[in-house]
Design a protein around this ligand. Structure first.
Ligand code: 3UK
Length: 519
């Protein structure tokens, strides 16, 4: 292996026990509003939970375990306990409903779930929707059966399962931009690979860094950015159960983190509400999940002096695979392939297209290419390349510029229009807080560009403003890209990971059309 990992490897030992062994046992690993755990304390809890899993619930290596928690220190301990015992983590977003949880339970063949007691209701409903789930263990709540009660009588020592570097340790379910969850497999070594490629070579964190951010740990963006990257260098992570813009704005001045991981919309929302909040502790800011519009990059730089590092990642690849260091990034571009990865832009025939031409992004590297379902594998993995659903352009200097998800390209009267480009431009208009652009059915043009716009507080949306926004886009972009329809809305549909659900907007747009046609 190019990264030089041994054949037998347990990532939980590498990421937690190694910190204790190297003398960082007294250093803070995890901080939350209620708790402060050193690496030694975390290591002990991991061992106790691993013993409970094996002794009380019969976990054997390879068993998959459902995890259902908000971002808490306890979630992290349970996560690493499953890994240390050789189990496979299936972490789920806190907001998922019983129907979705049951589908994941069946797909991943889960019989054991560990759940924060505050999320019990939906968990119990899940039991009624699948026969597979045999055992649910609740953390918190102070009952006889609670995980903590069992931990108290378990041993504080646990020898790590002798896993192979290429044993599966995580089934990552994608956050569902398209509605249907798909699972990807990741190995013990992958958990270190993303630390040693993206984090070490692009992010470059230090032992004295303090990480904070919003993505759920069930989302691999959050797992890497809030747990794996800090632990790999013995740094500290702050975990907030709610980490919206207001919570981050309250926490940053008080807890003084140095590295922030969040999504583009959160950067924008933080700026809108910042006031005179002191964000000066921050040293590095990472954005992923969606394209980072240049307008947001510019505003954040003007307000903080920090150059946000955009990066495209995917659950399939585990983490970020195209990005750039602060000193090399180009605002508006995603960046270049992360060291260790290769990327290319391909046409419909699978051949590379010339620089400057839009096409599908394909990626190859030490992580990725392992779908749980064979039909996915056949369609999205070609000759070892992960073919993503994203349209990109590579420029002559090798930088990759995001255009749209391939299914978000709007074809209007023969023109190919990237919705995100129109959105990004719209965001630079002073009246606009948020914007989502999709194609709406149109009898003449096939589709027209339709913009759903959330206005800034105090701005009134009227016909004059619609005209002003349309003229603005016509002046900034090729005129055929302007939104022929503009609708003001209170909020936009988003996934729990902050991604705009363009498929939901498209659906709304098509219904509105039907309603118009019927009236
Ligand atoms: C989109 C981006 C433009 C893109 C993720 C960082 O988002 C993550 O994983 P998902 O599986 O979604 C993957 C898709 O999201 N995307 C993500 N980042 C960007 N588009 N610019 C970006 N910077 O469509 C991609 O195919 O939910 C992100 C780390 C780990 C992750 N899992």
């Amino acid at each position: 292996d190019r990264l030089g990992y041994p054949e037998r490897l347990n990532c939980a030992s590498e990421l937690i026990d190694r910190n204790v062994a190297e003398g960082r046992g007294d250093k803070l690993a995890l901080v939350s509003p209620d708790e402060r755990w050193t690496y030694a304390e975390l290591a002990e809890k991991v061992n106790r939970i691993a013993n409970v899993l094996v002794a009380d619930f019969g976990l054997v290596p390879g068993n998959r375990v459902l995890l259902r928690f908000p971002n808490t220190p306890m979630m992290t301990a349970v996560y690493f306990a499953v890994l240390k015992a050789g189990g496979v983590v299936v972490a789920t977003m806190p907001l998922l409903r019983a129907k979705e949880l049951a589908a994941i339970t069946d797909k991943a063949e889960l019989s054991l779930a560990i759940c924060d007691h505050r999320l019990a209701e939906e968990m119990e409903l899940t039991r009624g929707r699948t026969d597979r789930l045999k055992t649910i263990v609740y953390a918190g709540g102070g009952t006889e059966e609670a995980l903590e009660t069992r931990m108290a009588s378990a041993s504080a020592e646990f020898a790590p399962c002798d896993t192979a570097a290429e044993d599966v340790c995580l089934l990552g379910f994608t956050s569902g931009t398209t509605g249907e969850p798909k699972a990807t497999m990741h190995f013990h070594r992958d958990m270190l690979t993303i630390c040693d490629c993206y984090s070490a070579k692009v992010l470059c964190p230090r032992e004295d860094d303090v990480f904070i951010g919003s993505p759920p740990l069930a989302f691999t963006f959050g797992l890497g950015g809030l747990v794996l990257f800090p632990f790999r260098v013995g740094a500290t992570a702050i975990l907030l159960e709610r980490a919206g813009p207001d919570e981050l704005l309250a926490a940053i001045p008080q807890m003084r983190p140095t590295v922030l991981f969040t999504a583009p919309t959160a950067y924008r929302a933080i700026l809108a509400r910042k006031g005179d909040a002191d964000l000066s502790s921050l040293r590095k800011c990472v954005s992923a999940g969606e394209a980072l519009p240049k307008a947001i990059w510019d505003d954040w730089f003007a307000a903080t002096g920090i150059r946000i590092m955009d990066g495209i990642g995917a659950t399939e690849l585990l983490h970020i695979f195209i990005a750039a260091r602060e000193d090399e990034l180009r605002p508006g571009a995603t960046g270049k392939p992360v060291p260790g990865y290769e990327a290319k832009v391909i046409g419909p025939d699978g051949a590379e297209v010339p620089d400057g031409t839009p096409g599908r992004l394909a990626v190859r590297g030490p992580t990725g290419c392992r779908y749980l379902a064979d039909d996915r594998q056949a369609n999205y993995v070609v000759d070892g390349w992960n073919v993503t659903g994203d349209t990109y352009i590579r420029d002559a200097d090798g930088y990759f510029w995001y255009q749209a998800r391939s299914d978000d390209m709007i074809i209007s009267a023969g023109y190919n229009i990237a919705g995100p480009e129109v959105e990004g431009t719209m965001l630079a208009h002073p009246a606009v807080a948020e914007c989502g652009v999709v194609g709406a059915p149109d009898p003449e043009r096939g589709r027209i560009v339709k913009a759903y716009v959330v206005l800034k507080p105090g701005v009134t949306g009227d016909a004059a403003l619609i005209k002003e926004l349309q003229d603005y886009i016509k002046a900034e972009l090729a005129p055929y890209k302007y939104p022929r329809a503009v609708e003001f809305v209170d909020k936009l549909p988003r996934t729990e990971t902050g991604k705009l659900q363009r498929f939901a907007l498209r659906e709304i747009a098509s219904h509105e059309d039907t309603a118009r046609a019927a009236s």
